[in-house]
Ligand binder design. Structure first.
Ligand code: IPE
Ligand code: MG
Length: 224
């Protein structure tokens, strides 16, 4: 979800107004996704690099996450959304961590849409934490280093209970991945949209999903 800041600044408004509008778009996209055939949706809300932003923006984003969880809990439950989070929670406010755990537990029984929000997430950080966990098991004699395979690594990541993404979409015209699911997206298709996230409507998503459906995916095999 990129482009909130530019969207607001283009209109002469503070960046946080863009983030608030962006959160409204998340609601619409979440509501529209199941009807587009999307059962798994992972959104990148805050990266391990976003701490470099001003204190004001960081605090604003954190309080937006907390209020989103509180305000949307009822609606998400009603719409059959199961919510999860990936990323390192340890650096987040205890109150926010508590809300995250609370909504995960509350929506655990849902399955119409699996919504995952990446907060304080970075792919390299996730892999680093996984490697540390595996190394600890090996050092304790609970894991044979030779038995570490790609399934074992996937199982040690924050995304252990999610399928790998089929499609990764980056908005706002930037042509980079910025540390989002680098291990998991090894065979993903990519779409780069010029649309700023606050303008990213379900209609824009529908067009991208349509285009994706027309792509041929071979996963390394030769053409039939
Ligand atoms: C949203 O867009 C991404 C978040 C960190 C929430 P940006 O805040 O990166 O917007 P731009 O790139 O400055 O336009
Ligand atoms: Mg940006």
């Amino acid at each position: 979800m990129d482009g909130n800041g530019r969207w607001a600044v283009n209109k002469g408004w503070p960046r946080l107004v863009g983030h608030r509008k962006g959160a409204e778009r998340v609601k619409e996209i979440v509501r529209a996704a199941p009807d587009l055939g999307v059962r798994w949706l992972t959104i990148y809300a805050f990266s391990t690099e976003n701490w470099k932003r001003s204190t004001k923006e960081v605090i604003g984003l954190m309080s937006l996450f907390a209020s989103y969880i509180q305000r949307e809990a009822e609606g998400l439950s009603r719409e059959g959304v199961r919510m999860r989070f990936i990323g390192d929670r340890a650096r987040l406010e205890p109150k926010l961590q508590e809300l995250m755990g609370w909504i995960e537990a509350r929506t655990r029984g849902n399955g119409r849409l699996n919504l995952t929000v990446a907060i304080n997430y970075g792919g390299r950080d996730e892999i680093t934490r996984a490697v540390q966990a595996l190394a600890r098991q090996a050092a304790d004699g609970r894991l044979d280093p030779g038995a570490i395979d790609d399934e074992c690594i996937s199982a040690a990541l924050d995304t252990h209970d999610l399928p790998d993404p089929d499609l990764v979409i980056r908005t706002s015209g930037e042509m980079r991945v910025s540390n989002f699911l680098p291990w998991q997206s090894a065979y993903a298709e990519f779409e780069f949209s010029p649309v700023l996230w606050p303008d990213f409507t379900p209609q824009v998503l529908a067009e991208i999903v349509d285009r994706f459906a027309g792509r041929e995916r071979r996963f390394g095999a030769a053409q039939e």
